[in-house]
Design a protein around this ligand. Sequence first.
Ligand SMILES: Nc1nc2c(c(=O)[nH]1)N[C@H]1C(S)=C(S)[C@@H](COP(=O)(O)O)O[C@H]1N2
Ligand SMILES: [Mo]
Length: 411
Amino acid sequence: MREWLKSLRRGYGKKLVQLHAWNGWIVVLLAITGLVLFGGFWRGVLGEGRVWVRWLHIVVGLASLLPVMYYLLLAGKHWKQLKGRPWQRANVLIVLALLLGWLLSGVLLWQFRAVGPYWSNAALYAHDLLTWIGLPYIIYHSLARTKWLKEPHRRTIKSGKPEPEVGIHPAAGPQAVYTRRAFIKVSVGAGLALTLGPSFLQWLGSSLGSGASLEKLIEEDANRLMPAPVPLPGSSPPLGGGSQGSFRVYTVTPIPAFTNTNWSFVVDGLVERSIEWDWEQFVQLKRTVQVSDFHCVTGWSVYSNTWEGIPLKELLKQAGVKPQATTVKLYSGDGVYTDSLTLEQADMDDVMVAVLHDGKPIPSDLGGPVRLVVPKMYAYKSVKWLNRIELIDRDHTGYWEERGYAKDAWV
Ligand SMILES: Nc1nc2c(c(=O)[nH]1)N[C@H]1C(S)=C(S)[C@@H](COP(=O)(O)O)O[C@H]1N2
Ligand SMILES: [Mo]
């Protein structure tokens, strides 16, 4: 054991340089895959690829533990070497804290089922926050230092042997190096602030502010359906006191927009009477109100939503389910997304074909005019722009289930 540790530490300087490079590549891979997973845009483009990107992100993230542990073995010597350089010591601590924080919150996100939505929420918040702070920090640190690394006497990580001080031309003396370095630092900093700043502020606003973004989504509603549904007393003011948290708008297609002429709602398949409602008829259906939480498998939740709509079981009752039917197939008006529930699941009282959220029409970004809500299951079951329910006598594998999500979606 001692021998082994010794051999690990041998050639320490060179190993540190290699470790630094390895870590750099790991962070680059994690940053790219992580940003792809975060960006709503990529959901539609990647489809199945998203599940692979997620796996790559998890595996590389777990693998990052190796260089961290290895570094900790070498840290003693490096620490001594950094004596009298408090900023560089701080930098080492910051990077280690970032990596460990990402790793810990990442494991919780990966194990979302085992830890439950509350821990996933906290973990996602921490993971995002670390990314918004840490990623610019690391990019800044590495870009602002590339020039600098070419100057051996400025490196904090040295490969052991003293390196010949070549190429330090009198004209490029300390003065010149400093101004160039300052210039690079300022431009890298400004570039980062410009590219990442707006997304950061938006994230900050929506995760700290209470529903400011919901108001914006309502304002930008692309649907034009008349008349507006009149909320029940339980819905306005909302029984739940207003939802807590914010929805990340997820879609695998462009957001569809509906008007009275291009919208209808159908229940068909293995039923006694196929029914098709237009909007005027649909808003006449008797609605109920429920308060429930909404959980996505990627870790975010929105609590205490007051949904108003028609219980799915009521629609099924009106159409009359034939005995051969086993499965309720749910179609989105986006023409692409589907999912399904067993008849037994569809019979739960809180499965709702929702028309209002917190007393207002559901905006197009959030699946309005009509979306499904299945509070006891992860939100990929909650089909947005729901406009057709078909009863079938076989199984159906939904959009995300075809792409790797578990068929069992119980929270
Ligand atoms: N038509 C459609 N419905 C959908 C999705 C989708 O991409 N398209 N995404 C699902 C997933 S994974 C989640 S988490 C929720 C997100 O709902 P929101 O966009 O209103 O926040 O919608 C679900 N229903
Ligand atoms: Mo989701």
